[in-house]
Design a protein around this ligand. Structure first.
Ligand code: C2E
Ligand code: CA
Ligand code: CA
Ligand code: CA
Length: 271
């Protein structure tokens, strides 16, 4: 081994050790995050494209980490999935979001809907059904007011068991949305085999909607497809009035994005 190579190797080992120590520390912290009340949910309004009024909101979890500060979900949901902590974390988000939706109903907002993200691991676990039933029972939220967002990738991982899980969820009366639609390189045949209600058009197709003819064509095709399958459409990542107008004219049902509202704690949100 050359001297320089040896140094590189030692450097590599040191950074790897630092990385895995950081990971272990994060895992230990995440284990206590729920009980210590460090998680919070922000809500991003979902807007009716036709009336330009909010009809509900998506729950997006954040972690107020004691040392690292406020962490976005991409920094800890994958870790929660790998360690199994997602079960507890996901149950907390579901209960909390259902309770919040019930509060909006009680405040006079008729037919409000709350959308909750379900990770791939959560979706593969049969206990999800009990967790959802429990959240509905404890909040007394009508099941039709709850939308579960499941990514196209997790639906495609095992279409047969996905079908079973979705049928059970539909029997409970909740709604199902396919999240990140169009990013999964999947065949479209699953759309007719799975009982879903809503397609969420991924924000990667919305970003350059007004500049890029191909993106505009893809978005129109998705909306047409959804229409013929009698599925509703939500476009995510809407950042400008121009994008909102193109989507509305194309027949998209619901809009979501910074143009209307950033994700916001419920206390500061007017729905
Ligand atoms: P997602 O479900 O695709 O959520 C949309 C993401 O886009 C959110 O990021 C949201 O804040 C962001 N966003 C909203 N409007 C705009 C916009 O106009 N422009 C742009 N560029 N972005 C916008 P966030 O909150 O960081 O969440 C990231 C991902 O983390 C989510 O992607 C979802 O997959 C996951 N996630 C969030 N909350 C939960 C949760 O409670 N449970 C699980 N399992 N996953 C969650
Ligand atoms: Ca989502
Ligand atoms: Ca999405
Ligand atoms: Ca996403």
């Amino acid at each position: 081994v050359k001297r320089a190579g040896g140094n590189d190797l030692r450097f590599y080992e040191r950074t790897m050790n630092a990385a895995s120590a950081e990971r272990l520390a994060m895992e230990a912290d995440l284990r206590h995050a729920v009980e210590r009340g460090e998680l919070l949910i922000e809500y991003q309004p979902v807007i009716s494209a036709r009336h330009l009024r909010p009809v509900g909101a998506e729950a997006l979890v954040r972690w107020l980490h004691p040392r690292l500060g406020r962490l976005p979900p991409d920094r800890f949901i994958p870790l929660a999935d790998e360690t199994g902590l997602i079960a507890e974390l996901g149950a907390w988000v579901l209960c909390e979001a259902a309770r919040q939706a019930r509060a909006w109903l009680d405040a006079g907002h008729e037919r409000v809907r709350v959308s909750v993200n379900v990770s791939a691991v959560q979706f593969s676990q049969p206990r999800l059904l009990e967790v959802v039933a429990d959240a509905l029972r404890r909040s007394a939220l009508p099941p039709a007011c709850l939308v579960l967002e499941i990514t196209e990738t997790s639906l495609m991982a095992d279409v047969e068991s996905a079908a079973g899980m979705l049928r059970a969820l539909k029997n409970m009366g909740v709604q199902v949305a396919v999240d990140d639609f169009g990013t999964g390189y999947s065949s479209l045949s699953y759309l007719k085999r799975l009982p879903i209600d809503i397609i969420k058009i991924d924000k990667s197709f919305v970003r350059e909607l007004c500049e890029n003819d191909d993106d505009a064509a893809i978005v129109r095709a998705i909306i047409a497809l959804a229409g013929s399958l009698r599925l509703a459409t939500i476009a995510e990542g809407v950042e400008s009035a121009g994008q909102a107008e193109v989507l509305r004219l194309a027949g998209c049902d619901f809009l979501q994005g910074f143009h209307f509202s950033r994700p916001t704690p419920a206390a500061q949100l007017v729905l």
